[in-house]
Design a protein around this ligand. Structure first.
Ligand code: SAH
Ligand code: SF4
Length: 405
């Protein structure tokens, strides 16, 4: 079924404009790709293999972005690499820290597209919320990113670059001895005790509409010789791109979160319009079939609490019924709606959210209410970008129409 409007994934370029200095950015590339590039640039097969392994280690294990600092490379190899390659990070346009420790960055790609990233520290973990696209093709009515047009998919380098930048900002690269040829001891090299422990693909964009780049980026993030994050600590959130869900489980293998937000066709069609294409039943069937989901690794259902829209006792009971009917190993994440200028919804009253949560809890399903974080810095989807950019005429018209309607 074809839906009118710009709801389908649109063809967007995968790669950014080449750099002016013609050097190739290694950020986000797999070890095998680095090896190929080194071979193409003239290293023999054996050297290409060895050097790609070393460079990969420096980039992702040590956080080094300067070839000159790669002390196990010969003095002639370092400038040779530097003339041909670069290890880049996204440009930081704005960095903010909230009173509660939440950090938010507005980032810019080499071709001047802005996107966001948020870090949320908790007592037992630190979660980095990263973007997969600039804007989004979907138009969820409560989501600020939904009011922006999709500009383009982020490349693997721009996705992995977010994690690298967060590690830089949090000062989480191993300190001490940088010479791999010498033995490392506990005193000189400490990789544990880090703040950044978890990653969620819940920033701007629909990750399953940028499948290949998200998959390749997560492979680099999970690579045991690099950042080495476990798939159990990464969560991909989708609005419900049903045909890509099984493939995501098989090829990416991370935890799944689903933006359900409503339990009836009418309401979900309205607030999460992809529902017109892939309905609730289909979506829940795909959840039941998601590879790797079990009681130890449950699927998270995200449910944004919108006053008088999706927050009745009846809605809560229907949510329980659906989860049980499909036999889903599930937990529910109740998200207080974060208002933005021009939004047509209000957040449900705290009492309402509590009552909603209790119905689900009483049925034996975990349903915590997500504590709003970083409100003083507008750390919700799409807000920093909008504050920083002048809206296009079309965007302003749309916001005004929505505010009026
Ligand atoms: N496109 C994907 C991932 C990005 S959105 C998806 O839709 O799942 C990440 C989460 O933020 C989604 O659950 C989304 O519904 C939620 N969200 C978006 N705008 C919000 C707002 N204003 N208040 C609260 N949650 C919001
Ligand atoms: Fe896109 Fe997710 Fe926002 Fe919907 S909620 S518009 S899918 S980013």
């Amino acid at each position: 079924m074809q839906i009118p409007g710009h709801i389908d994934p649109v063809p967007v370029p995968r790669n950014v404009t080449p750099r002016a200095d013609r050097r190739v950015d290694l950020m986000g590339l797999a070890k095998a790709q680095i090896r190929e590039l080194f071979a193409e640039a003239g290293l023999d097969a054996k050297q290409a293999k060895l050097r790609s392994k070393q460079v990969f280690h420096w980039i992702y294990h040590r956080g080094i972005s300067d070839f000159e600092a790669m002390t196990d490379m010969s003095k002639t190899l370092r400038p040779w690499l530097d003339a041909r390659f670069v290890i880049d990070r996204p440009e930081v346009v704005e960095a903010q820290i909230s009173e509660d420790g939440t950090r938010k960055w507005l980032l810019r790609t080499a071709d001047a597209q802005d996107y966001e990233m948020v870090f949320i520290p908790d007592a037992d973990r630190g979660t980095l919320c990263i973007s997969s696209q600039v804007g989004c093709t979907l138009n969820c009515t409560f989501c600020h990113t939904g009011t922006m047009r999709l500009v383009r998919n982020l490349t693997p380098g721009e996705i992995v670059g977010q994690v690298m930048l967060a590690r830089d900002a949090l000062g989480e690269w191993p300190r001490g001895n940088m010479d791999l040829s010498e033995d490392e001891s506990e005193d000189t090299y400490r990789a544990d005790g880090r703040m950044l422990t978890n990653i969620v693909l819940m920033g701007m964009g629909e990750p399953l509409y940028n499948f290949d780049n998200v998959r390749d980026a997560m492979a680099v993030v999970m690579d045991g010789e690099g950042l080495s994050l476990s798939k159990r600590r990464i969560t991909l959130s989708t609005s419900g791109v049903v045909p890509m869900m099984e493939k995501a489980g098989e090829e990416i293998g991370v935890n799944l979160a689903v933006s359900l937000h409503a339990v009836t066709k009418d309401i979900r069609d309205e607030i999460v319009p992809i529902n017109k294409k892939y309905g609730i039943e289909e979506l829940l069937e795909a959840c039941a079939a998601y590879p790797g989901a079990n009681n130890a690794r449950r699927i998270t259902f995200e449910y944004v609490m919108l006053k008088d829209k999706n927050d009745s006792d009846e809605d809560a009971r229907e949510l329980v019924r659906l989860i049980k009917r499909y036999g889903l190993p599930a937990k529910v994440n109740l998200i207080p709606f974060n208002p933005w200028p021009g939004a047509v919804y209000e957040c449900s009253e705290p009492e309402r959210i509590k009552a909603f949560s209790k119905i689900i809890f009483d049925a034996g399903i975990s349903a915590p209410v997500r504590t709003p974080r970083g409100r003083d810095i507008d750390a919700a989807c799409g807000q920093l970008k909008t504050a920083a950019t002048k809206l296009s005429r079309a965007e302003r018209d749309r916001l005004e129409t929505e505010a009026a309607g």
